[in-house]
Design a protein around this ligand. Structure first.
Ligand SMILES: Cc1cc2nc3c(=O)[nH]c(=O)nc-3n(C[C@H](O)[C@H](O)[C@H](O)COP(=O)(O)OP(=O)(O)OC[C@H]3O[C@@H](n4cnc5c(N)ncnc54)[C@H](O)[C@@H]3O)c2cc1C
Length: 395
């Protein structure tokens, strides 16, 4: 269920592992590729995933090597860089990544669009799917790759729901050629910039695009309290909705907190390319139940600061394929998947919470920080983890 990043990767994994029949049920009718936003995958995770076949070759990427942390400073149009750290990632355009994964799904996979699933059950050695059209279909196994508002999760562990982190992100992207109108901001193409301010931060980097390079940005901050939207319940806020109040607040943050050059960069974004997304945490108490299995964001929602969601979804698919190849029964497959993926999700959720605290909820005195203090602050957020971008796959 779900034909996005995790759904396509699982469909390919099942087909490669030898499934007789693979059906993807995706509710969207139009082109998923039109959702185009940026994301990054750590170079080491990408190499591991390419080796297992979960990340197909030939998908457009943009190489990133370092990350600059910047604060507003009088007399410095582009702000003061107070720290620079290695950033061994490649960025992707969501739509182009999805297209690559979709094209790599074997022709035998039936990818059905406009199929809205309303409920599932996995008891009695079969999995049953109910569709909005009023029909029901039966399978040996259902993979819930239906994202953070998962219907499959409702059946696997109804007690696990996404919890609102207390802040949102505004995100946008635009054609990188527009940067020419701002002059040289001293921004090398391979560098990611994090603009830091009290109560939030904003990550800006280039991504590939269907018509040439684009600029992608994600700004995290607490939304204004007046007229507060009901973020606590993830089903009550249509993804992407931007109200007038939230648009105005973005403008206030840019004027008040950003170095002028970086406010200008964000200001190049068209209103229709600006989105708002509440930030959630989710650790599922279980990743399988009966003949149901959870994958990608349906199983775990990690705050985006960890830059690991897509890699984790593809790793889930790799673990699934490996479990399938080793198992002789459905129960053995489900047990092996559960064992391989349970702890990884929990650890990433905890790390991303610490990153969110440090970069949004309890920001340090960035304006007076030097690089040594920044390094210590960063290590505190990692809390013993070796870095961001997800964990290596255990053999
Ligand atoms: C601001 C932000 C920045 C991010 N940055 C990064 C990054 O830099 N690196 C990274 O790796 N990850 C990043 N991520 C996370 C990443 O986008 C996801 O973790 C990843 O795409 C996995 O998604 P998925 O396929 O599990 O779920 P989704 O992409 O949510 O897909 C779920 C699919 O299921 C379908 N569906 C849902 N319900 C039903 C239903 N009832 N019936 C039928 N179909 C249904 C949906 O239409 C959708 O296509 C970021 C996320 C956010 C919010």
């Amino acid at each position: 269920m779900g034909g996005s990043i995790a759904g396509c990767a699982f469909a390919s994994a099942a087909a490669r592992a030898g499934a007789d029949e693979v059906v993807v049920l995706e509710r969207t009718r139009g082109r998923l590729a039109d959702r185009g936003l940026g994301l990054c995958i750590h170079d080491e995770r990408a190499a591991e995933l390419a080796a297992t076949g979960a990340l197909p070759g030939g998908i457009a990427t943009h190489r990133l090597t370092r990350r600059r942390w910047v604060v507003r400073e009088a007399g410095e149009p582009a702000g003061r860089v107070f720290w620079e750290q290695p950033f061994p990632f490649h960025s992707y355009h969501w739509g182009l990544l999805w297209q690559g994964l979709r094209q790599a799904t074997p022709a035998a996979v039936a990818y059905r669009q406009g199929a809205v699933v309303t409920g599932v059950s996995g008891a009695g050695g079969r999995a049953e799917v109910r569709l909005a059209a009023g029909t029901a279909e039966s399978f040996d196994l259902v993979v819930g790759a239906d994202g953070y508002r998962s219907v499959v999760r409702e059946a696997v562990c109804p007690e696990s729901r996404p919890t609102y982190a207390g802040y949102v992100c505004w995100r946008g992207n635009f054609d990188a050629r527009r940067l020419e109108s701002l002059g040289d901001g001293g921004w090398p193409p391979e560098s990611v910039t994090t603009v830091c301010f009290a109560g939030g931060s904003c990550v800006v980097y280039r991504i590939p695009g269907p018509d040439g390079p684009r600029v992608n940005w994600v700004l995290y901050a607490t939304p204004p309290q007046a007229g507060r939207l009901p973020y606590d319940d993830p089903t009550s806020f249509p993804p992407g909705r931007v109200t007038e109040e939230l648009t105005a607040h973005l403008g206030t943050l840019l004027d008040r907190e950003f170095p002028p050059y970086w406010a200008g960069v964000i200001g190049l974004t068209e209103a229709e390319d600006t989105f708002v997304q509440p930030i959630y945490d989710l650790e599922s108490a279980r990743t399988t139940a009966g003949r149901l299995l959870l994958a990608g964001d349906a199983a775990t929602v990690v705050r985006p600061h960890n830059t690991s969601g897509a890699a984790k979804a593809l790793q889930d698919a790799t673990a699934f394929e490996d479990a399938w190849r080793r198992a002789g029964t459905w129960d053995a497959l489900l047990h092996a998947y559960r064992t391989a993926r349970g702890a990884a999700g929990r650890e990433m959720v905890a790390l991303a919470r610490r990153l969110g605290r440090g970069q949004v909820e309890q920001t340090p005195a960035w304006a007076t920080m030097n690089h040594r203090e920044a390094e210590t602050w960063w290590q505190g957020q990692l809390g013993g983890a070796t870095g961001i971008g997800g964990q290596p796959m255990t053999p």
